[in-house]
Design a protein. Structure first.
Length: 195
C-alpha cells in the first residue's frame, strides 16, 4: 500500500530526465496545512500527462518514492518525491498518505525545542509498477503519546500507517563552522498499527 492524495498549487515545472524516448518532468506542489503552514512537496510525472501550468491549482493522487543521491562529501542522501499520473483523488483530502512496510531503522525518543517528544524511523515500502518492484525508504515522524507507542516497535516490524507528507527547513552545521539550510521531507504520522 502506498497512496498519496494532495491538493495545492503547482510551482517550478521543469524537465527532470528521460528514459528511452519518454521524458519526465518535475515540479513542486505548494500544499497548505490546516494550521496555516505550507509544505513544498516535490512531484514527478511523465511530461505528456501534465495538463497544468505554473501556479495552477492541482488535485492529484500518486505514490511516494525515494531515490539516493551521492553528495560531494561522499555520503548518500535519500530524496523523496510523489510520482503521479495526475489522477483525480477519490476524496477531498488536502494532504493524505497511506503506507505499509517494514521498519528498517528507528531512533530513540527526542525532545523538540518546543518541549514535545517525537520519534523518527525509516519505513521500507515496496510497490509493483508495470511488474517491476520499486523499493522506497521513507522517513517518518510521530509526536506526543504516539512516539511512546512507537518506541516499543522493533526493526523489521510490519506496520500500516496514515499521515501527511511534510517538508521542513533545517540547518546543517559543518565542522568548519559553515551552516547550510536544507529541506527534509517526512511522513507526519496520524495513526499506526502493526500488521
Amino acid at each position: 500500500m502506498n497512496e498519496v492524495t494532495l491538493q495545492g498549487v503547482i510551482k517550478d515545472i521543469q524537465y527532470s530526465h528521460s528514459i528511452g524516448n519518454l521524458n519526465y518532468e518535475k515540479a513542486n506542489l505548494l500544499v497548505k496545512r490546516a494550521d496555516g503552514k505550507e509544505d513544498l512537496i516535490p512531484i514527478k510525472f511523465k511530461d505528456y500527462f501534465n495538463r497544468y501550468h505554473e501556479n495552477d491549482f492541482v488535485e492529484l493522487k500518486g505514490n511516494i518514492r525515494s531515490y539516493s543521491e551521492k553528495l560531494e562529501d561522499g555520503k548518500n542522501k535519500v530524496n523523496l518525491y510523489v510520482f503521479t499520473y495526475f489522477d483525480i483523488p477519490d476524496s477531498n483530502e488536502t494532504n493524505y498518505i497511506e503506507l505499509d512496510g517494514r521498519i528498517c531503522s528507528i531512533d530513540k525518543i527526542r525532545i523538540a525545542p518546543n518541549g514535545q517528544q517525537n520519534i523518527h524511523f525509516i519505513l521500507a515500502n515496496n510497490i509493483l509498477v508495470s511488474g517491476k518492484k520499486i523499493n522506497s525508504y521513507i522517513p517518518c515522524v510521530a509526536w506526543g503519546d504516539m512516539s511512546e507507542d512507537i518506541s516499543g516497535f522493533n526493526v523489521s516490524d510490519k506496520v500500516e500507517l496514515i499521515g501527511e507528507l511534510h517538508s521542513r527547513l533545517y540547518k546543517k552545521h559543518f565542522d568548519n563552522g559553515e551552516i547550510e539550510f536544507r529541506v527534509a521531507y517526512e511522513v507526519n504520522i496520524n495513526s499506526i498499527g502493526r500488521v
